[in-house]
Design a binder for this molecule. Structure first.
Ligand SMILES: C[S@@+](CC[C@H](N)C(=O)[O-])C[C@H]1O[C@@H](n2cnc3c(N)ncnc32)[C@H](O)[C@@H]1O
Length: 222
């Protein structure tokens, strides 16, 4: 089936024996990929708007997987159904992802794996998940249409992270490939631009940004 590199990478991180819910599914291609290409027997895809779900229904019919992909119209985790143990959320801002998880925390007791790909505020997402009792199990970067996306895999269980590890990513910082370097370089450029733009009165933010620039430069062996 036709699926972009970003969604395929997320789909490939879904544990094989799991029952997954994709929140904010839009076209539902991620869930369709799981049943059609990875052999899952079932998957749930949800969205809180009718337009995306109409598209999702068309795709589910087109790929002939109506018996395997359940579509639900609901707000965030309200689409949870018994047995789901994995949640994916991608293509949304980090703060929206945090709100979805916060609004219905009780369902998280059944969720062992969360695969999240926020468009921004990824450090806020990491902090939120740690607060909710998860740790970072994997961090994967994928380049699609010249944009680098970060995919975070969280599993149940607590771990402590220093600010440096949280900022750089405890797993990403152990990688030395060209995509990770490019990713860190992009962040370095944006942090340098931020430092230039910050008013002198923002003392704490200036100190933090300088520290982050130092961490990135160390990683990039400046
Ligand atoms: C930009 S699309 C991302 C689609 C897909 N997940 C992807 O990564 O390509 C975001 C989708 O999330 C849906 N959405 C936004 N907030 C939501 C919420 N609180 N609950 C469920 N769906 C939501 C939107 O309607 C939209 O279809």
């Amino acid at each position: 089936m036709k699926i972009n590199n970003r969604l395929k990478t997320i789909g490939d991180l879904v544990p094989l024996s799991s029952y997954s819910l994709d929140i904010g599914c839009d076209h539902a291609l991620l869930s369709i990929y799981l049943v059609k290409e990875r052999g899952f027997s079932k998957a749930v895809a949800s969205d809180n708007k009718s337009g995306p779900l109409k598209k999702a229904l068309e795709n589910v019919k087109f790929y002939k997987v109506s018996d395997k992909v359940k579509l639900i119209k609901a707000e965030g985790l309200d689409s949870y159904i018994e047995g789901i143990d994995t949640v994916t959320i991608s293509g949304m801002g980090g703060l929206s992802i945090n709100k979805i998880l916060d609004d219905n925390r009780s369902y998280l007791k059944n969720i062992n794996t969360l695969i999240l790909s926020p468009n921004n505020y990824s450090i806020a997402v990491k902090r939120k998940l740690i607060k909710l009792g998860y740790h970072i199990d994997n961090e994967v970067l994928v380049k699609d249409h010249n944009i680098i996306y970060e995919i975070l895999v969280f599993k149940k269980g607590r771990k402590y992270y220093s600010y440096k590890k949280l900022f750089l990513g405890p797993i990403l910082m152990t990688k030395n490939d060209s995509l990770t370097k490019e990713y860190y370089n992009n962040i370095l450029d944006s942090k340098k631009a931020l430092l230039k733009a910050l008013p002198k009165s923002f003392r704490n933010k200036i100190l933090l940004t300088k520290k982050e620039i130092k961490y990135l430069e160390e990683m990039l062996n400046f």
